[in-house]
Design a binder for this molecule. Structure first.
Ligand code: 5GP
Length: 183
């Protein structure tokens, strides 16, 4: 019988570079990156079904009722959730699955999948995170302040995670990530 794939949860504050780390890892390694559903509006360049499944609140709540989610949470006044579809199938085929999700969802996954591996990406400092969010130019000042407040709350909960990686330099963060995943 095939060896089962592992389920990895990657969390960290907005702007910390978690998507970049996972995507760079997947350029050279096998694995399935789960596409989440959300009720937030798409940003410019985001594609429905690729970056997220963009749902209305009604549809999202209908998916909750139908038990379509592995986990879901409210973050920044919007719903975010991991659709169940195919994840177990990938794991059963021996393929690693990666979820890039916030902390409440990550801890729900750990409850349901005791073998899941939780990795938290930290910024070198809150000041540096603020600079990155400003440079990204996706959010206004109020949104950035809100993201920083959420970031501090998330960092407090990161002690429940299995591994912490400080993203000082993207290449060395990807290397540490690969060592953990391929261990
Ligand atoms: P953003 O709006 O910046 O794309 O995402 C906001 C936060 O929601 C990020 O921390 C992101 O990782 C998280 N997120 C994305 N998808 C999911 C999901 O399916 N479930 C949960 N719980 N969080 C998610």
């Amino acid at each position: 019988m095939n060896k089962k794939g592992k389920l990895f949860v990657v969390s960290g504050p907005s702007g910390v570079g978690k998507d970049t780390i996972v995507k760079k890892y997947l350029e050279k390694n096998d694995g399935h990156l789960s596409v989440s559903a959300t009720t937030r509006s798409p940003r410019e360049n985001e594609i429905n079904g690729v970056d997220y499944y963009f749902l209305t609140k009604e549809v999202f709540e209908n998916w909750i009722k139908k038990d379509n989610f592995l986990e879901y949470a409210v973050y920044n006044n919007c719903y975010y959730g991991t659709p169940k579809s195919k994840i177990e199938e990938y794991l059963n085929k021996g393929i690693n699955v990666f979820l890039i999700i916030e902390v409440q969802g990550g801890l729900q996954i750990k409850e349901k999948f005791k073998d899941s591996i939780l990795i938290f990406i930290l910024p070198p400092s809150i000041e540096e995170l603020k600079e990155r969010l400003e440079k990204r130019n996706l959010d206004n000042k109020e949104m950035i302040e809100n993201r920083l407040k959420i970031a501090e709350e998330e960092i407090e909960k990161s002690n429940k995670y299995d591994y912490l990686i400080v993203n000082r330099n993207i290449d060395s963060a990807v290397e540490k990530f690969s060592l953990i995943v391929n261990a």
